[in-house]
Design a protein around this ligand. Sequence first.
Ligand SMILES: Cc1ncc(COP(=O)(O)O)c(C=O)c1O
Length: 237
Amino acid sequence: MENAIKQPGVKALILCNPSNPCGKVFNKKELNIIAELSIRYDIFVITDEVYEHIVYEPNEHIYMAALTGMRERTITCSSLSKTYSITGWRLGYVIADKKITERVKKVHDFLTVGAAAPLMEAAVTGLEFEDDYYLELQEHYTHMRNLFLNGLDNIGLVTTKPQGTYYVLMDISEFGYSDDLEFCEELIKKVGVAAVPGSGFFKEDVRNLVRFHFAKKDETLIAALDRLSDINKKMKI
Ligand SMILES: Cc1ncc(COP(=O)(O)O)c(C=O)c1O
């Protein structure tokens, strides 16, 4: 990471925490390494923290801007879509030093002008929820994660355990496909479950991962697991 940061012209590092697609939640030690490097090489850290409230114990979300010396060099981006289950409303926000937000406002004005006023009014209701809302949210997502991951484990599928977010990556190496998109198309046709090809998330040529999304009702997750139970028979080539 240091080699990349010290290249001439580098102005900022983008950090997605908790991370989509792998569900990684960066711990304090890891965040401190990034913070120290950003101070040493005088760069900004632009964070995407839209899954800040979907984190599984014992992991916890630590805000980059809260670390010593990072408040003035962190541009914190977040969204209301995951926390309040309003995906598609496209309501988000940036928290940064005043001189940075002045620039952000200019870009925002030219790109979108503003979010739809009725949606902003409605979102205020969510922003006023008490702490118990966030605890229930965490419990609910923990339940869905455990249900789906235990099911995938019982089938014998190779997955990474997400520490946050509502995604799980599955390693498809054992199925014999060289292309993850083709795997996903076949999975829909032969098994009846949709996944997202992992290659879309990587700069490198990674084609052995697909992403499932488990923010679903119990009966939907159980039906998906039921369909996936004979995946080996249907998908191996
Ligand atoms: C990491 C990450 N950032 C941003 C977004 C977009 O958020 P919004 O719904 O506010 O457009 C998503 C949505 O999937 C996401 O996964």
